[in-house]
Design a protein around this ligand. Structure first.
Ligand SMILES: [Fe+2]
Ligand SMILES: [Fe+2]
Length: 330
């Protein structure tokens, strides 16, 4: 998921007359759906916005491994364990893929990692919630990966070539993630009353944070207009959230469990589900670093980086040795 931005620094959209000739040519390419590639000229703000968006996305994939990795040793069967391991490894792959896409814009991997570890860079708020039971692994796949797909499918059409191509591949894997989560939920909901109660409890805890994954309401999301003009945000936060609700409610009906929202009901006049008010103060607190697991997540990432130092040093020493040997042979 993951392009969840809490935006700052609103700017008014520029009309074609206000643009430089370079900017006009750039916008014409975007309007014609011609992909922008790393070596093409681009406005500095486009580059910066994309670096922020893609690196946040990459960090979310990597930090997102932690809540689920927590359950690999406790998965209930060998098959569930193998599936969960494959899923968590996919997320690592998504992260590395996205770091590469961001690097093409001129930022180094070391810089991005340093910004994550210092708390300067953000990642999706959803990964700051704890996974308390096995049902949470079902709920995450069903809801969190489901929301990720909703967000990422439109990004397959985004204007920046490396990002759009990464999204095509990532979305294929996300759909497997969503299916494995829903499959866990089906099993629990058709199991004992205790198992079904566990599934309901997981839905109760993950529903509202999943809706917050799409970011703040459009009215307070100030970067949206520019990102839409540049085609790096195709649908608005509120549109994506509504689509997600529409997709997910029938799935909960199928499972026989209910969203923890008494105001959620079909509105035949709008042709959409109405839903209750989201507690945005919770999102802002989590983004500020005060969610239930923010400190744990960052500590785990920093520790992994520090514990891996010897691997990086050994790889560099090995590369230097090989280069020296090749030089000698030449
Ligand atoms: Fe992913
Ligand atoms: Fe995923």
């Amino acid at each position: 998921m993951y392009a969840q931005m809490v935006d700052t620094g609103a700017k008014k959209l520029r009309s074609p007359e206000e643009m430089t000739p370079e900017e006009r040519a750039f916008q014409a390419r975007v309007d014609a759906d011609i992909k922008i590639e790393p070596k093409d000229w681009m406005p500095e703000a486009y580059r910066k916005t994309l670096i922020r968006q893609i690196s946040q996305h990459a960090h979310s994939e990597i930090v997102g491994m932690l809540p689920e990795g927590n359950w690999i040793t406790r998965a209930p069967t060998l098959q569930r364990k193998a599936i969960l391991m494959a899923k968590v490894q996919d997320e690592a792959g998504h992260g590395l893929y996205l770091y590469c896409a961001a690097e093409t814009l001129g930022v180094s991997r070391d810089q991005m990692v340093a910004d994550l570890h210092s708390g300067k860079a953000k990642y999706s708020s959803i990964f700051n919630y704890p996974t308390l039971t096995w049902a949470d692994i079902g709920a995450i796949g069903w809801l969190v990966d489901g929301a990720a797909i909703m967000n990422q499918i439109p990004l397959c059409r985004c204007s920046f070539g490396p990002y759009s191509r990464a999204m095509i591949r990532v979305c294929k894997e996300e759909s497997f993630h969503q299916r494995q989560g829903f499959d866990i939920m089906i099993k629990l909901c058709r199991g004992t009353p205790e198992q079904k109660a566990m599934a309901q409890d997981a839905l109760n805890r993950w529903w509202w944070p999943s809706l917050m994954m799409f970011g703040p309401p459009d009215a307070s999301s100030v970067h949206s207009a520019q990102s839409a003009q540049w085609k790096i945000k195709i649908l608005s936060n509120d549109e994506l959230r509504q689509r997600f609700i529409e997709q997910t409610v029938p799935q909960a009906d199928f499972l026989g469990i209910t969203m923890p929202d008494p105001d959620l009901k079909w509105n035949p006049e709008r042709g959409h589900y109405d839903f209750g008010a989201i507690d945005w103060s919770e999102l802002y607190e989590v983004v500020k670093g005060n969610g239930p697991c923010n400190r744990d997540r960052l500590r785990a990432r920093v520790e992994a980086w520090e514990n891996g130092a010897w691997v990086r040093e050994a790889a560099l020493a090995h590369a230097a040795k090989r280069a020296a040997a090749a030089e000698k042979a030449a």
